[in-house]
Ligand binder design. Structure first.
Ligand SMILES: [Zn+2]
Ligand SMILES: [Zn+2]
Length: 346
């Protein structure tokens, strides 16, 4: 497949170390979200990436949005949670206990949305103000329809201007759900969340990942985790396995390179920290961010800042497996190239 690649792409063969990582012992399977730091770190990373980025204003708006999520998350009240029997039932079926598409949502997320919008309004650009103000007055039924569209991947009927805000509130809601469920049922000595049957989706909420991230966990470097696009739970998956079809036969790694004829717009991340893992077996790719090459990578933030890599890889016919609720249409299943924000390329 190298023949069809643009000049900026490179293919990296797996190193022996990376192959060895696959044969490692038992690793921690789940990393549940830490609400105290999750959105603050995302906001910080977005600001860092924005500094030298062609999409500076967009990334700063996203940083402000993440900061609003950070402030609003602790205000989410105690939510209706699954019972022990419901958790056991989901486990028996190998399913996530808090499925994004089916879990009955409490209207608390509407209040979270209004709080996020109120936080954001004073800092939002002029162009975004009407959509924000409209959200403050949105009817509950309309909000629920927007949430249904977002959480089931249906774009028909979705208000694109409102979608990132609705997504931000739903992320707060699901992070709170996961934390509260773990706090209640973990206290009874039974972990609420375990491995589920379908390794390609989040074990807590069943959503697709935004990207992979490699971390040092339990003293073992280079462990690959998939980062949930909704609740930010990370679940372990061995390296050298396609996160879409689970095949390990035809994987390759592409990354942006500085120089080589013309300068690509800055992605802000260190060279080599951001790659696309492509699979010739199913034709999908997922980005992978390496904390050993850039300790500050944050999957949702770095995904937004590396849309140039999406353009490059989708030019080769690969489809995006990752979901970023802040950047819709990044994951078309019809093979068409994703419409993305202006990345500053001529
Ligand atoms: Zn999740
Ligand atoms: Zn595949």
């Amino acid at each position: 497949m190298a023949a069809g690649l643009p000049a900026q792409a490179t293919i990296k063969v797996m190193s022996p170390e990376e192959i060895a990582a696959r044969a490692g012992g038992e690793v921690q399977h789940l990393r549940l979200p830490d609400g105290a730091t999750l959105f603050a770190e995302r906001a910080l990373r977005l600001r860092q990436l924005a500094a030298s980025h062609a999409m500076r204003d967009y990334l700063i708006f996203m940083a402000d949005l993440a900061q609003a999520q950070h402030l609003v998350l602790p205000t989410v009240p105690t939510l209706p949670l699954p019972t022990g029997a419901q958790i056991a039932g989901a486990r028996a079926l190998g399913r996530p206990p808090l499925p994004a598409a089916d879990w009955p949502r409490d209207p608390a997320w509407h209040a979270a949305l209004r709080s996020i919008v109120t936080e954001l309004l004073p800092r939002a650009p002029e162009g975004a103000q009407p959509a924000l103000r409209a959200l403050l007055k949105a009817e509950p039924d309309w909000l629920e329809r927007q949430a249904d569209c977002l959480l089931t991947g249906v774009t028909l009927g979705l208000d694109m201007a409102a979608a990132p805000l609705v997504a931000a509130a739903l992320q707060c809601y699901w992070v709170a759900l996961v934390q509260q469920t773990q706090a209640r049922h973990g206290a009874e000595g039974m972990p609420a969340f375990l491995r589920i049957e379908d390794e390609t989706v989040c074990p807590c909420c069943g959503s697709r990942p935004t990207a992979s991230v490699t971390r040092e966990v339990g003293g073992v470097a280079g462990q690959r985790y998939l980062h949930c696009s909704l609740c930010a739970t990370e679940w372990h998956m061995v390296r050298i396995q396609c996160p879409h079809c689970l095949s390990g036969r035809s994987l390759a790694y592409q990354q942006l390179q500085a120089g080589e004829g013309h300068e690509l717009p800055g992605t802000g991340a260190s060279i080599g920290a951001v790659q696309a893992e492509t699979c010739d077996d199913c034709g999908h790719y997922l980005k992978i961010f390496h904390t050993d090459r850039d300790p500050f990578v944050e999957p949702a933030a770095d995904d937004l800042a590396s849309v140039t890599l999406d353009l490059l890889v989708s030019d080769t016919g690969m489809r995006r497996h990752g979901v970023n609720l802040m950047l819709l249409f990044g994951e078309p299943d019809d093979g068409s190239p994703p419409p993305l924000p202006d990345d500053g390329r001529p």
